[in-house]
Design a protein around this ligand. Sequence first.
Ligand code: IPM
Ligand code: MG
Length: 362
Amino acid sequence: MKKIMVMPGDGIGPEIVNETIKILDYMISKYNLEIGYEYGDIGGIAIDKYGIPVKDETIEKCKNSNAVLLGAVGGPKWDTTLPGKPRPEDALLKVRKELGLFANLRPVKIYKPLVSSSTLKEEVLTGVNILVLRELTGGIYFGERKRLSDEKGEYAYDTEKYYTYEIERIARLGFKTARMRSKKITSVDKANILESSRLWREVVNKIHKEYDDIELNHMYVDNTSMQLIRNPKQFDVILTSNMFGDILSDETAMISGSIGLLPSASLREDSLGMYEPIHGSAPDIQGQGKANPIAQILSLAMLLRYSLDLGLQADFIEKAVDVVLEKGYRTADIYDSKNKLVSTSEMGNLILDEIKTLCLDD
Ligand code: IPM
Ligand code: MG
């Protein structure tokens, strides 16, 4: 029996996870899959219930699962700058770290029927296919940080620190991934200023020798953020650090028209992975049926493919999303007057119906 730990989290998390579970349930019964799942609390909801953003017991359950499906965490209710106060986001970092999920895959796909909802021109977008590979358990998000004061007053610092082995393993995965795509990779850093970036570049060059069939180029992060808008087609795999990947993947998400569409996978060497939308918990639209469940549903597809080896079922989900968008159904984030506006659960049901049709033909 394979096990999935489901953690809806906060804001729109529970609504979009709900739609996704309908699809999982259908797949389990249609294909007699030996998959069980269990729910856990993470983020603000866990702070409310237990005073901490994630319980050790929940992390243990994740470790003993084959995959984790996560919604989103955070909201104004738990926003605090008070030192020592728990934040929902801490839970996310903790789970990533404790599970050792060092690689975050953020694929960016352009959906033809949605080209008009991007702020970029059609000719700039057509043909874009990018995978942001973000290092996820190192760098400044995990380095030492402190708030202190001296004679000049109060100050604070965070530390960007990378070990060679951390760069090596993400670089290897980057080259391997590039091999399965167009054999091109761009490593993004700030090596003109940062020592940690200089090490990053050195190590990436060293690992490149093992993969010399892959075309590697290096680019500074400031230039990359400009090039992504100017000519995104020049990129295929973007390999980068935790913070730069966080920032650049929001930018690439907007290239696709809406951040509500993009799933992500956080992986390590074995098949355990955590799957979540790139977007956040969007508390402003919580409970109004406005949330787009597609990124969450596509995260389930990635989960089935990467952690449970169920590529066929993953294909059906992805295909169903394509069909529903082609038919002109849109949640509010991607709606324009030429299309049909639907709610979160209507979108979920439409995708489920398409999946059922695809599975019947199978
Ligand atoms: C993301 C998010 C998280 C991150 C936050 C919520 C901690 O922005 O997954 O990109 O910074 O990693
Ligand atoms: Mg982010």
